[in-house]
Design a protein around this ligand. Sequence first.
Ligand SMILES: Cc1cc2nc3c(=O)[nH]c(=O)nc-3n(C[C@H](O)[C@H](O)[C@H](O)COP(=O)(O)OP(=O)(O)OC[C@H]3O[C@@H](n4cnc5c(N)ncnc54)[C@H](O)[C@@H]3O)c2cc1C
Length: 464
Amino acid sequence: MSEKTIVVGGGITGLAAALELDKRGEDFLLLEAGNGPGGVIRTLRQDGYLFERGPNSFPSTSEAIFEIARELGMEEEIIAADPAANTRFLYHKHRLIEIPTGPGPLMKSKLFSLGEKLRVMMEPFIRARRDESPESVAHFFARRFGPAPARTLVDAFISGIYAGDARKIGIRSAFPKLWEMEQQHGSIFKAMKAKRKAGGASPTKMTIHSFRDGLGSLADRVGQRLGERMRCGRRLAELDRSEGGGWKLAVEGPDGLEELSCARLILAAPARVSSLLLNRLSPMAADILADIDHAPIISVHAGFAESELPRLPQAFGFLAPRPSRLRTLGWLFSSRTFAGRAPEGYFALNGFIGGANDRNAITASDDALQHLLMGELSLALGMTKMPAPGFFALSKWDPGLPQYNMGHHRRIEAVTRLLAEHADLALAGNYLEGISIADCIKSGRTAVDRLLAGPVSSMAGGEA
Ligand SMILES: Cc1cc2nc3c(=O)[nH]c(=O)nc-3n(C[C@H](O)[C@H](O)[C@H](O)COP(=O)(O)OP(=O)(O)OC[C@H]3O[C@@H](n4cnc5c(N)ncnc54)[C@H](O)[C@@H]3O)c2cc1C
């Protein structure tokens, strides 16, 4: 009988699951459909620039990433953002306005009127909502802090994190901690005060990090650690029960279709892929997974000579909420944030367009996108004409990011219930308990915990 576990999907979720299995001395194999490890984590190095095609950075609270870096001996390669990155802007009323980071700066900010600021400060006096029915993030913030921050800041942050629509993303599904803060303390401000008293980190004091050679270097290093236990160019096409228990997998590879079997299985592929694979086993769970909305997103990589952008602020970047009427979701000033992102004398900028409110952007031609993005960037930077970028590339992600829309957590609970009888199967990924890299690492590890805690099925037949 083989004890072998197969992990499907070599994005950060599957890589974290495989590392965890390795740490516990388990016998395993990781199958990845693409050419290498990392999934959407990909670093582009060209013409002296370093651009992230997918995720860019992680906050200091991402303990799971620091742990993996330590395990791989990569601690020294983690870099912190320049202090200038603490400054962030919002494109509001045709100009960039600094986002306030606390009550003092909020009172001085030009983002809101005096009435709107006073409404924000009234938050501790707003009664908590005890109703269990789903509520959107926009509604939650409008109710607690007034409509102005919900329309501007919150709308922009939801674009920045989920490429999502704040009117659809659910507060309890996407930000369970905020939801609990209201439930437990009756107010977000009161909960933050209690957390500060207890010695917790203030969200405004968080620093941003990456790796010196980009996030891709983390994925590459995990790939090296896994060695032959990670097989790339292997796509799981079909999944079934083995006769004596365990799993039978039909895998497409360079030499055609191959049959593998294993005792335990972790599906760390995107929700839609897992849905297709589970269709025979649990059509209901498969339907729920297929219905999870995703927002396509385009990441834009542009390089300019510093002399061409004299007005580029010393900042992390800016976000553009929907009322600003830009199609651009925002730009990160990457070389202002991390060292080594652009050649000497040049800026590396990373923009975003698309998302849940602009699904057609993904079908636009590259030329049309470049024209639109450069026009809007010149508006935001207050320039009459934008110089043509010396470097320009696009990374298109479709289906893109899962949307934790209202009721999402209930749908995930239902999938978990429907698959509970299969103790030798675990789902993992960015559609379950958070989309960040750190959430995905936790999801991969949780899948391993769950599988190893369960009974092992006896297996008929071959080795994986
Ligand atoms: C543009 C963008 C910017 C982001 N920015 C940030 C950020 O700054 N910070 C942050 O923390 N997070 C960010 N995120 C979110 C985060 O990067 C992702 O949620 C996370 O990396 C997803 O990892 P995953 O392993 O779950 O999925 P994926 O990376 O999608 O990996 C899934 C893997 O499964 C493989 N696969 C699919 N089907 C099969 C099959 N049948 N058989 C075998 N293999 C299969 C795929 O090839 C892929 O490699 C961003 C995401 C995007 C797209």
